[in-house]
Design a protein around this ligand. Sequence first.
Ligand SMILES: [Zn+2]
Length: 240
Amino acid sequence: MKFYLDEGIVLKGSDFGEGHRLLTIITKELGKIKAVAYGAKKVKSKKRGALLEFSRTNIYLRQSNDYFIVEQAEGREYFPNLYGNKELLDAAGQIAWLTDRFWPLGQLNPKLYNWVLYSLRLLNSGVWPRIVLRNFELKLLAFTGFRPITTHCAVCRKPYRGEVWYFGAGEGGIVCPSCRPEEGIYFEIFPEVVKGMNALLLASPEKLPELLLDERVVDRVRTILEYFLGYQIGEPIRLI
Ligand SMILES: [Zn+2]
């Protein structure tokens, strides 16, 4: 039997049996795992608060065949503002859902782990949720191998110089007018949208609150990402 001490964030949980929880957790050293927490729903259980969705927790795990058992959990960082506000809770839920869809079980992804943590902190501290979400979605794509091409045509590699171009999900980024096929779904994009997308893609967590972006630009980025993320997982999705 193997024991581990790791740091993790609970993405989702469901009840089963008498007061037990089945959890999907992203961790620093074991990657994404599924774990069982026996008795986690009991009022006196120490695990109860520590294993709340979105909290950052030290977890003592025991591996049993193909799943993990939570032996102990000790909360390290909580985001209390998320639970009292529907908009913030929905935003955190969207981050968790997308992370779960794009991060395969058992795989390590420390960069994505950190970005989930930064994004929850930013939401909790009152940064405009739509900015936090768009930044997160672009980072998620970048850290899972789908970083959108935004500096040159994804087909002929011609550098982008601020014209009206198109975004193609299959091409993985922006496409110049001569490379755009007649058929298929392409989003017209303007220089300020490409600029906004690059700013969101490159922003560090410290700089994100200072980013000044027009609401229409952020909305256009949302429409494009909604289609692009859905394309990658093979089903249409709705983003907040
Ligand atoms: Zn081209």
